[in-house]
Write a protein that binds this ligand. Structure first.
Ligand code: FAD
Length: 451
């Protein structure tokens, strides 16, 4: 289809760096790029920043390695985000579900404001309610412009360097760059609609162990409650009497006749997932009230703004992180961050499976997994980075997404500064690593990061 009409669209003033998507990865990328001296435009389809970090969740994982002596693996901008959350109000540091140090449980409403403060203070221009719809590629590999749908109609935006932090790799997909869709080869991660309960009696809830909760789920399911997942969890939040849950489970994809994969990038599938997820959340809330001590007088107070999507498209980068890389805790010359989290597989069916790295170990995240293989001026960050299904299942926690975002933003500012065409391969991994280390990022495992 000819894209000539795009040239006639009204424009929004462009930038050195345009970041699409403002999740943990995209917001961090925008901050880092602006602090690196680039003019930056951040595009987000929701009415607030943060993506999954504010629309779905409330706990940062991934800062630590598992084991008896957890080692810190993420610093830099992610630390600033946590410090800014502490300044705004209470955060709860609690043991991580899979035994990797502590997680940081925050108030999502506070995090929305923290992202806004950090992003705007660093000079980023933000466009909310703006959804990427198309991409103009010069030749086969240089993105010149993107098209966004806004309340005022379609608008064109030009930039030198782009960062695809859309989680779903929308920019790369519209541009025709290579990616793998979750479910193509390995079963995709399931989806979860999160919900919160208020008026929980914490004193009565506390003695209920995880094993108790899971047996109660199994018993309730046998009695006719519709609970597809039997090992979901609830956790305390910084608000007294309010708990949050990761409990529901939705099938991630289905094959239509002819083998076409339908997943969460399909509008009708996504619609059905949202509706089914909310219905399921109500059933889990009913179960909690009827069957779990402490919930007798509780009520559901909030559903996640949207269904939680763990995995959709994974772009092909200059390198691809694999299961073997993760489990062997492989180190790379160009690594821009670390991950010690186990491979966490939420497959269809009742159970989640974890496969661990050796205690205290962490795999490197190569810069080359953020460099889009088929493009000259595009980086990815966050859950659409270049990895196999298994490696992705380890590296997708929000601390790692923030580390990737900081690296991609820093690199994009360097690329836009180095060359008029924003070529990302003009950035030397050595100079990127030097800059990141100077900005507090943790790039290599060293002894002083032991807790
Ligand atoms: C149910 C669930 C539980 C999880 N539990 C945890 C946990 O406890 N702790 C943890 O650390 N991690 C957890 N994770 C993983 C983690 O939350 C995600 O991997 C991470 O938040 C992804 O961040 P991201 O920035 O890459 O993507 P996202 O957060 O998905 O951000 C992408 C952003 O791009 C925007 N966007 C998408 N398409 C467009 C478009 N076309 N135009 C404009 N904007 C667009 C979206 O609105 C969004 O804001 C969980 C994930 C899920 C789904």
């Amino acid at each position: 289809m000819s894209r000539a009409w795009i040239a006639d669209l009204p424009t929004i003033a462009g930038a050195d760096v345009c970041v699409v998507g403002s999740g943990a990865a995209g917001s961090t990328a925008a901050i880092a790029a602006a602090r690196g001296g680039a003019s930056v435009l951040l595009i987000e389809k929701l009415p607030f920043l943060g993506g999954t970090s504010t629309a779905v969740l409330d706990t940062f994982y991934g800062f630590w390695t598992p084991g008896d002596a957890p080692r810190k693996v993420v610093g830099g901008l992610a630390h600033e985000v946590v410090a800014a959350l502490r300044d705004l109000g209470p955060v709860l540091e609690r043991p991580n579900t899979y035994g990797a140090g502590t997680g940081i449980t925050y108030l999502a409403e506070h995090l929305k404001v923290v992202w806004e403060q950090l992003v705007t203070d660093s000079g980023v221009r933000v466009l909310l309610h703006a959804m990427l719809q198309d991409v103009v590629v010069d030749g086969r590999d240089r993105v010149r412009s993107i098209v966004v749908a806004t309340k005022a109609g379609l608008r064109r935006i030009d930039a030198r360097t782009f960062i695809d932090a859309s989680g779903d790799a929308d920019l790369c997909a519209f541009a025709g760059f290579g990616f793998e869709t979750a479910g193509d080869i390995d079963p995709a991660q399931t989806l979860t609609t999160t919900f919160r309960m208020a008026n929980v009696d914490q004193e009565r809830r506390r003695p209920v162990t995880t094993a108790d909760l899971h047996s109660a789920m199994a018993a309730a399911a046998a009695d006719g409650y519709d609970l597809p997942r039997r090992e979901g969890s609830d956790h305390a939040t910084p608000i007294d009497g309010v708990t949050a849950t990761i409990m529901t489970r939705l099938e991630p994809n289905e094959r239509h006749a002819g083998g076409r994969l339908v997943n969460t990038t399909d509008p009708f599938f996504l619609t059905a997932a949202e509706i089914t997820g909310r219905r399921q959340a109500l059933e889990y809330a009913r179960f909690l009230v009827d069957r779990v001590p402490g919930y007798e007088a509780a009520s559901l107070v909030a559903l996640g703004t949207q269904v939680g999507i763990r995995e959709t498209r994974r772009v092909y980068g200059d390198a691809r992180l694999t299961r073997e890389d993760v489990l062997a805790a492989r180190q790379f010359d160009d690594q821009i961050g670390l991950c010690g989290a186990p491979i966490e597989d939420h497959r269809a069916g009742p159970d989640t499976r974890w496969t661990y790295l050796p205690p205290g170990a962490a795999a490197g995240i190569p810069f080359a997994t953020l460099v889009v293989r088929d493009a000259t001026n595009v980086l990815v960050a966050g859950r659409c980075f270049s990895a196999t299904h298994d490696a992705h299942a380890s590296v997708r926690s929000m601390a790692q997404c923030m580390a990737m975002g900081q690296a991609a933003g820093t690199a994009a500012a360097m690329a836009a500064g180095h060359s008029a065409d924003g070529a990302v391969r003009a950035v030397s991994p050595e100079s990127l690593r030097t800059q990141l280390a100077g900005d507090g990022a943790i790039l290599d495992l060293v002894q002083e990061h032991v807790a």
